[in-house]
Write a protein that binds this ligand. Structure first.
Ligand SMILES: [Zn+2]
Length: 359
């Protein structure tokens, strides 16, 4: 039964709890996938209209919205974002059909050269046949595989918002051109957008970097380095309580606690394949001398716990009756990662906590 509020009645007495607004991730929602993908193109079109010097690169959907990377000599400002968003609303309201066209590689190349977009040429090189181009009306196009909505009018102009600009590198490679990434979000309804913004604000209030400082749980110190928290006595008490709780829960669920070292021979990670695949994101190897360095013999900080746990598993003959064997560790792992496009160019160590492993 739906209760209608009655005029004059005490509103508190008849107040219903507000209906929970569902905010699906892009990967969970086909309509959002199409909306966000198309909105990213609408944004790129708006950017190129307002900033004709801007060149487009890639513009995928992400879990809560989309982004597009642009090569543009001047940095985009807050004011620019507002202007771009306004232009996007105009494009949406013009209800431009979104059409797919299949072209030959040569034809795609010819058209890209015509508009002088070198990044697109590079993208084209990596594309498999068939090469598809998506048009917004007859105004703008980009290489893309879809999916999109059928018409820019299918985007709700009150449910889109540009969020921020960050630095990014072409192909994520710091030796290549520095680009500007504009992040935006798009939803099916204005109510969803409002709820998304509300949750984002709430999350900011609960940001661990902010709370940690305010509650005196941990600090960061310049001489120690970015991303390396120092737990205060107060924070350590909280941490122990959480660990104790987790240990109890793990034991209840059949996990056996283990502890493994912070470093290991590089060979361990060659066996696991981490070294070959993720060497760039690991801290450099510590070799005893130049000869050892050349032979790639030395120790590395662990980027993962599981190879250690495999060794524990292998240390004795096991019966299938023991399986699954569940080992758990409050392990500290070290990754020498690009900290992401939001603070481009800065490498910070990353750590992660609890590491359950099933063998
Ligand atoms: Zn697309």
């Amino acid at each position: 039964m739906v209760q209608q509020p009655v005029q004059g009645q005490d509103s508190a007495a008849s107040a219903q709890p507000p209906e929970k607004i569902h905010l699906p991730r892009t990967s969970e929602s086909e309509p959002l996938k199409k909306i966000r993908h198309t909105t990213s193109h609408v944004m790129a079109m708006a950017v190129q209209k307002l900033f004709p010097k801007a060149q487009v690169t890639i513009g995928p959907w992400i879990e809560n919205g989309f982004y597009y990377d642009f090569d543009h000599p001047e940095p985009f400002t807050e004011k620019d974002l507002k202007a771009i968003q306004k232009e996007m609303v105009k494009i949406v309201n013009r209800k431009l059909p979104v059409t797919r066209e299949e072209v030959s590689r040569e034809e795609a190349e010819r058209r890209i050269r015509e508009i002088n977009e070198p990044y697109k040429l590079e993208i084209l090189e990596g594309l498999q046949e068939p090469i598809t181009i998506y048009h917004l009306g007859d105004q703008w196009w980009d290489l893309c595989a879809g999916p999109h909505v059928a018409n820019t009018g299918d985007i709700n102009p009150k449910a889109i918002e540009l969020e921020n600009v960050a630095g990014a590198y072409w192909r994520g490679d710091a030796s290549k051109a520095q680009l500007q990434r504009i992040y935006g979000t798009a939803w099916q309804t204005p109510e969803q957008l409002q709820e998304y913004k509300r949750r984002k604000e709430e999350a900011l209030k609960r940001d661990h970097r902010k709370l940690g400082k305010e509650l005196g749980l941990f600090i960061f110190a310049d001489p120690v380095g970015p991303g390396l928290p120092l737990w205060t006595p107060k924070g350590t008490v909280l941490r122990s309580l959480l660990e104790d709780f987790l240990k109890q829960e793990q034991i209840k669920r059949g996990y056996l606690p283990v502890v493994t070292p912070h470093i290991a021979r590089v060979d361990l990670f060659k066996t696991s394949g981490h070294w070959q695949k993720y060497k760039e994101d690991m801290f450099p190897m510590m070799a005893e001398d130049a000869e050892a360095a050349v032979a790639e013999q030395g120790f590395v900080l662990k980027p993962m716990n599981c190879p250690f746990h495999i060794q524990i598993y292998k240390s004795e003959l096991r019966s299938y009756r023991e399986l699954p064997l569940r080992l758990a560790e409050f392990g500290t792992v070290y990754r020498y990662e690009q900290s992401g496009p939001r603070t481009a160019g800065c490498r910070i160590p990353q750590r992660r906590g609890f590491n359950p492993v099933r063998v």
